[in-house]
Design a protein around this ligand. Structure first.
Ligand code: IMP
Ligand code: MG
Length: 480
């Protein structure tokens, strides 16, 4: 007896309910739902969830869709179907011509003619969309759309139930499609953890850029690992040996030439391990410094530079009584010397924040608030060093919420080479090269803060062998 549609949909719903109730990870449940819909409509299906900013949809589960289509680019909620703004499903009959389709040519290339999308909601807010992609314009009945809505509703239940399951807290996993990403390398997961900790939204592999000549066969693709929407920045993490990155550099060059409008940063293995070491993780965290390597800035040089900065600050803040605000603990020497050279009335305060230590703590927090009231004040933030800028970005966002009348940044050291978050620095002592530094308040595993000068530490690995691991020069001296 041939199954009619009622039977088909009933059977599919039973399967979907079974998948939803199973004790499998969330991602697997969503995969199963996408697969079931795909089977019923005999075509490609995707579940895309809103990112933390609510402005992009991220493909979280998909079935029978070509990878180039899935990674066609960032999906802007407003520019694409916009089913999350509606209570009923959105049907696009001709994807090539409809201006509600953000990437019409990608759809054409993938052979997609029509699209049916419906919102996924938890409680009363929309969190994503379930989409079906047709190769031929379908004749849809109320039964078809009602089935799709039922699966979307189930996806919503699955996602909201996950919320409650997390230790009874409201750590909304649904808000972090990130958690459902299958990373190609563990290092990418760790990097995502750092970004999560500092509240920087990210999307994993959202876009494949075709590079090279289009004439010969299929073009080469470059898929950056991350996109950080709040910074409008792509990040490519390369954990390959230094000697193997030439190929990647070539691709990156081609990408930059062909897409000059995009911002992309490449983090080499060394950069990345240095970043991890700063948080006490990764292979370099095991190494210990055994003394001072090379002095970068002598006490006299620092003294002169601090005087210059203090003079500028005294001029700029005449009649404005700044609050010089330090972030524990590296600012200490710099602050102490700086304020003694400042000639205008001022206030002094400091805050402390927690640091990334792996997965234990979900997010960075301020562990010591300022004692002074900062509303309406002229805050001058005093930092030891700005490296990636991630810490500074967090601290500035925090301080902006205090509604100061002005907010400026003074840093003793600026290491531009590894900057991820670009921020205006108003007063800078020295531009430091891409080397880890110690002394004058800066530590290496809490040591060396008391040196009166700034230096590069001499690093020895866990085996006692001397290594320059923290300070390699990848461009001129490939290690492996
Ligand atoms: P960012 O968030 O990557 O900009 O890192 C800033 C913080 O990392 C600084 O406030 C320092 O505490 C620490 N840091 C970064 N680079 C160094 C260094 O070379 N020596 C010591 N501490 C550093
Ligand atoms: Mg600091």
């Amino acid at each position: 007896m041939p199954l009619n549609k009622d039977h088909l949909y009933c059977k599919a719903l039973r399967q979907a309910i079974t998948a939803a109730g199973a004790t499998t990870p969330l991602k697997e449940k969503l995969d199963a739902l996408a697969r079931i819909v795909s089977r019923c409509f005999d075509t490609g299906t995707a579940i895309a969830l809103l990112d933390a900013t609510g402005s992009h949809l991220i493909h979280t589960a998909h079935w029978r869709l070509p990878p180039t289509f899935v990674q066609k680019g960032l999906i802007d909620v407003g520019k694409s179907l916009n089913e999350t703004a509606s209570d009923s499903p959105v049907f696009i009959e001709n994807a090539a011509k409809d201006n509600r389709v953000q990437y019409p040519s990608a759809a054409v290339k993938a052979g997609i003619v029509s699209i049916l999308g419906t919102a996924i909601s938890t409680d009363d807010h929309k969190i994503g969309a379930l989409r079906v992609y047709f190769k031929r314009a379908p004749i849809l009945t109320a039964q078809d759309t009602s089935f799709l809505k039922a699966i979307a509703q189930l996806a919503g239940v699955v996602l909201s139930r996950q919320t409650i399951e997390v230790k009874g807290e409201v750590t909304v996993e649904a808000d972090k499609p990130s958690r459902m990403v299958k990373f190609a390398h563990a290092s990418e997961g760790e990097f995502a953890g750092i970004l999560d900790f500092y509240g920087i939204p990210w999307i994993y592999e959202p876009r494949s850029f075709p590079i090279g000549q289009k004439t010969k066969g299929t073009p080469e693709l470059f898929t950056p690992d991350f996109y950080l929407p709040s910074l409008d920045l792509y990040v490519e993490l390369t954990t390959m040996k230094q000697s193997l990155v030439t190929q990647k550099n070539r691709k990156l060059k081609a990408l930059k030439a062909q897409y000059p409008e995009i911002k992309i940063t490449l983090l080499y293995k060394n950069d990345y391990e240095k970043l991890l070491a700063k948080y006490g993780a990764g292979p370099l965290a095991e190494s210990r410094a055994h003394g001072v390597g090379r002095i970068l800035y002598s006490a006299a040089e620092i003294d002169q530079r601090v005087r210059d900065i203090a003079q500028r600050i005294s001029t700029d803040y005449a009649g404005r009584r700044p609050v010089l605000l330090g972030v524990q603990r590296g600012f200490l020497c710099f602050m102490a010397d700086l304020i003694r050279q400042i000639t205008v009335p001022m206030d002094l305060d400091f805050i402390a924040i927690s640091y990334y230590t792996g997965a234990e703590e979900p997010a960075v927090k301020v562990t010591k608030e300022a004692d002074l009231s900062l509303a309406g004040r002229n805050i001058l933030l005093v930092e030891d060093i700005v490296d990636t800028g991630i810490t500074l970005n967090y601290v500035l966002n925090y301080l902006r919420e205090k509604k100061p009348s002005s907010l400026s940044v003074c840093t003793l050291l600026d290491r531009k080479a590894r900057r991820l978050v670009e921020t205006k620095l108003d007063y800078v002592g020295f531009d430091v090269p891409d080397e880890f530094v110690i002394g004058y308040g800066l530590d290496y595993h809490e040591e060396y803060r008391n040196l009166p000068f700034i230096a590069v530490p001499q690093i020895k690995g866990p085996d006692g062998a001397k290594s320059e691991a923290l300070n390699p020069k990848p461009e001129t001296n490939p290690k492996q």
